[in-house]
Design a protein around this ligand. Structure first.
Ligand code: AOS
Ligand code: ZN
Ligand code: ZN
Length: 431
C-alpha cells in the first residue's frame, strides 16, 4: 500500500461536500458533448492517463536574482521535497513523476531514494544536470562556460557531472537526462559562435556515449540568461542541429519561457514532431522572458494551442509519441504546492480541451480553405469549460474535488512549519 502524506479522511470529507455539484456539472457537460457526438467517458479515460512530472526543486520557494522569500514549512531536503511531491500527487493524481536535479537533490543512496519514492506512489522522471553554477569545492569554474568552455578542464568536469547524473538516474529508474547549459557570452567578440558550438557538440557526444540504450538525452535551448549577448544553444534551430548531430537518442526539449517574445511555440512543437525530435516540455508561463510563472496563468490559450498540436501528433503516431512533460516554475509569491496544483490543473485542462477539437471538421475546413470555420472549430473546443470533466477524473482516481481547498483544509503547511528546519524558523531562532 502507498503511504499518503495527507489524512485520507480529510479528503473524503472534502469530496463528500462537493460530490453532488461535480456529478451535476459532469452530467450537464456529458449532455452538451453528446450533442456534438463526443462521449465524455472516453475523454475522461484519456485525461485519467495524463501525467506531468514535478521538479523536485519546485516544491520549495524559488526566487529571482533580487531575492527569495522563504515560507515556513517548505521542504528543506530531498526527503521533504519528495513528501511534498506526494502531497501534490495525492490531491491531483496527474503528477506521479518527479524530476530530479543534481547536485541539488544530492543523496548518498539513490536506491533508497527510489524505494522511498515508490512507497509514496511516485517514480523518477528525467534527471536534470547542473553546470550553470559552481558548487562549493569544485575544481574548475563554469564562469566562462561548461560543455562549450574554452578551458578543456571545465568541459571535462561538466561531462563527468552529466555522466554522474546518468549513473544516479539509472539507480533512480529514470530514462532521460535533460541538459540545459547557461553557456554563452555577454560581449560581441567574446567567443566564436562556431567554435563554442563545436566544443559543445564534442562534449555532448561524450555524454551521449554514456547513455543507456533505452534512455533519451533532452536538450533544452534558451535564447538568453544568464548570458545576455548570445547563448550556445539559443533556439530550436541550433537545438535541432545538436540533436541531429548526436543521434537518435537526442531530442529537443521545449521550455515555454525560452523563446523570444511572441514566437509561435505551437508551430515549433509541430515542426519538431515532424522530424521525430520532440523530446519534451518544461511547462510554465511568461509575459516577458523566462519568467517561470505558473503554467496557464498568463496565456492559457497558447497552452491550448500547444496541446492541440500534441493531440494531433499523438493521433498521427500513437506508438512513437512519448514526450516528457515537466512543470518548470519558480514560485516566488505562492505556496509552491498550491501553485503546482493550480498549474497541473491548467495543463490537464488544456489537454482536455485539445481532445475536444472536432478533427474531422477541422481537416475539411482546412482543405476547403474555410478559414473562419477552421478557426471557429478550434475556438469551440477552447471555449468549453472542462473543469467538471477534469474534477471527475481526479476524484475517481482518489484525488480531491478542489485540490487547493483540500490542501488548505488539511492544515499541511502549518503542521510542517512546526516540524521542518526552514530558513524562516532558523532566522526566528526557533531552531
Ligand atoms: C533554465 O532556465 C532552465 O529552464 C532549466 O530547465 C533549469 O535547469 C531549471 O529551471 C532549474 O533551474
Ligand atoms: Zn526549463
Ligand atoms: Zn528556464
Amino acid at each position: 500500500t502507498i503511504k499518503r502524506p495527507l489524512n485520507e479522511e480529510i479528503i473524503a470529507t472534502h469530496n463528500a461536500k462537493h460530490s453532488a455539484a461535480i456529478d451535476a456539472d459532469y452530467a450537464a457537460l456529458a449532455a452538451k458533448l453528446a450533442r456534438v457526438g463526443i462521449n465524455i467517458d472516453a475523454v475522461k479515460a484519456k485525461v485519467a492517463s495524463f501525467a506531468v512530472a514535478i521538479p523536485s526543486w519546485g516544491t520549495a520557494t524559488g526566487g529571482t536574482r533580487f531575492g527569495r522569500f522563504p515560507i515556513p514549512g517548505e521542504p528543506t531536503n530531498v526527503q521533504e521535497r519528495l513528501t511534498d511531491c506526494a502531497v501534490v500527487q495525492q490531491l491531483c493524481r496527474v503528477t506521479p513523476g518527479v524530476s530530479t536535479h543534481f547536485p541539488w537533490d544530492n543523496t548518498s543512496d539513490p536506491a533508497a531514494m527510489r524505494e522511498e519514492a515508490e512507497s509514496l506512489g511516485l517514480y523518477f522522471d528525467a534527471v536534470n544536470s547542473n553546470t550553470f553554477q559552481d558548487q562549493p569545492g569544485q575544481a574548475e569554474t563554469y564562469k566562462f562556460g561548461s560543455l562549450s568552455a574554452a578551458a578543456k578542464a571545465s568541459r571535462e568536469q561538466a561531462i563527468a557531472h552529466n555522466i554522474d547524473c546518468i549513473e544516479i538516474g539509472k539507480k533512480l529508474g529514470s530514462k532521460a537526462l535533460t541538459v540545459w547549459v547557461g553557456d554563452g557570452t555577454n560581449f560581441p567578440g567574446q567567443q566564436s559562435f562556431r567554435d563554442s558550438f563545436d566544443r559543445y557538440l564534442d562534449s555532448s557526444a561524450a555524454i551521449y556515449a554514456a547513455l543507456p540504450s533505452d534512455w533519451l538525452m533532452l536538450i533544452e535551448h534558451k535564447f538568453f540568461e544568464p548570458a545576455f549577448y548570445s547563448t550556445v544553444i539559443a533556439d530550436w534551430g541550433v537545438n535541432l542541429m545538436a540533436a541531429n548531430a548526436l543521434g537518435a537518442k537526442a531530442r529537443c526539449l521545449v521550455d515555454l519561457g525560452h523563446h523570444a517574445p511572441n514566437v509561435n511555440v505551437e508551430q515549433i512543437v509541430s515542426m519538431l514532431d515532424r522530424v521525430g525530435k520532440l523530446g519534451g516540455f518544461h511547462f510554465n508561463d511568461s509575459k516577458y522572458g523566462d519568467d517561470d510563472l505558473d503554467a496557464g496563468a498568463i496565456n492559457p490559450h497558447r497552452l491550448f494551442l500547444i496541446f492541440n498540436e500534441l493531440v494531433e501528433a499523438e493521433l498521427r503516431a500513437p506508438k512513437e509519441f512519448a514526450p516528457a512533460y515537466m512543470i518548470d516554475e519558480s514560485h516566488n509569491l505562492t505556496d509552491p504546492a498550491e501553485s503546482l496544483l493550480s498549474a497541473a490543473e491548467a495543463i490537464v485542462c488544456a489537454y482536455a480541451r485539445a481532445l475536444l477539437v472536432d478533427r474531422v471538421a477541422l481537416k475539411a475546413h482546412r482543405e476547403s480553405n474555410d478559414v473562419l470555420m477552421a478557426f471557429k472549430t478550434l475556438r469551440a473546443a477552447y471555449n468549453i469549460d472542462v473543469s467538471p470533466l477534469v474534477a471527475k477524473a481526479r476524484v475517481d482516481a482518489g484525488g480531491a474535488a478542489d485540490p487547493v481547498a483540500a490542501l488548505r483544509e488539511s492544515g499541511w503547511r502549518k503542521a510542517k512549519a512546526a516540524e521542518r528546519k526552514s530558513e524562516v524558523n532558523k532566522a526566528a531562532g526557533i531552531i
